[in-house]
Design a protein around this ligand. Sequence first.
Ligand code: IMP
Ligand code: MG
Length: 190
Amino acid sequence: MTTESPAKVSEFEHSNLEVLYTAEDISNRVEALGRQITAEYAGKDLVLVGVLKGSCVFLSDLMRSIDLPLEIDFMSVASYKDGTTSSGDIEILKDLTKPIRGKDVIIVEDIIDTGLTLHRLIDILGTRGANSIKVAALLDKPEPRIKKEIVVDFCGFEIPNRFVVGYGLDVAGRFRNLPYVAVIRDPDQL
Ligand code: IMP
Ligand code: MG
């Protein structure tokens, strides 16, 4: 019996992906954000709150660029979409494991699109007595923002209103493992 392995089909060199930011672009930018946070949070009680699942890669790199004592925690929320637009209602699927009273919180997001999910999250965490709450997002799409103004205190890149994947971001659960951020050339060919 022969045990031939199947032909390798590369996920990372998929022809339907157009690279927007290389792994090196991202690494340089994340290190700069880490230096900025290190300078601003010295002597504070810093907690990074990652919003699952998209922020997992960004958070892993960002935390290793911050040269301070810190803790991490995670939240998972479902946002109810009204057709294609976010309604702003969210359900907490997984809450923080520890109180944030007196802590300096940075919410870590993969991407801010309409900003509605994050706005609700800030409302919810804002009732828990944190000393401060700021936002770090790898990507910010300022264009489609409806209704809610969000201040992204630590922003990786501002991008045009296009659908992107990679470095934690998915389409239907796929492509989170790409080491770079890419635009899908043809969304009908997935
Ligand atoms: P919103 O800001 O409430 O509209 O929702 C933001 C969430 O939508 C993000 O955390 C992502 O999970 C998802 N999202 C928005 N734009 C993109 C994109 O271009 N690629 C992948 N996910 C996206
Ligand atoms: Mg997502």
